[in-house]
Design a protein around this ligand. Structure first.
Ligand SMILES: [Zn+2]
Ligand SMILES: [Zn+2]
Length: 160
């Protein structure tokens, strides 16, 4: 994973040229299944799939890592968590910063409907909301943590 971590760092440094305050993402190689990578604003980092990485190193270095780092950068723009995951801003980062086609149909960016991609936080942990529950919460419904009784606060969605 060392080379992959180095590549992540390079991509991050490239982003820092246009966004000097961008925090360094944590990096995990613990993703399973068909998803090559994920960007988690709530958890503060990027996750990658070690099996797909070992089988497709080239694609990871050229596509997957910049793809997820572009999400990381967009997350940290003004209003970032509310922007479309593969919208104009993300495409601009891919094209202008990484010199890549903003191609979301890449074979490793398998679009899978994540069941509960919306992250909410209380004082003690993170909670995952479905789109339906997220809509209710945005509409004013309040949810409390059963353990600490705090009202849950939205802190971004996971995207892959
Ligand atoms: Zn709690
Ligand atoms: Zn993506």
């Amino acid at each position: 994973m060392d080379a992959a971590s180095t590549r992540v760092k390079q991509a991050w440094q490239r982003c820092r040229e246009v966004h000097p305050t961008l925090p360094s993402p944590k990096v995990w190689f613990d993703l399973k299944g068909a998803s090559a990578g994920q960007a988690h604003l709530g958890r503060g980092g990027l996750r990658f799939n070690p099996v797909l990485l070992s089988e497709n190193r080239r694609a990871f270095f050229d596509q997957v890592i910049p793809h997820e780092m572009a999400h990381w950068l967009v997350f940290h723009l003004q209003d970032g968590p509310r922007l479309k995951p593969h919208g104009r801003e993300w495409q601009a980062v891919m094209r202008d910063l990484f010199g890549l086609a903003p191609d979301v149909t890449h074979r490793f960016d398998i679009k899978r409907a994540q069941r509960a991609p919306y992250r909410y936080a209380c004082a003690c942990r993170q909670h995952a909301f479905t789109a339906q529950r997220h809509t209710l919460a945005r509409g004013g419904r309040q949810y409390r943590c059963r353990q600490c009784a705090q009202t849950l606060v939205y802190c971004g969605r996971d995207v892959s």
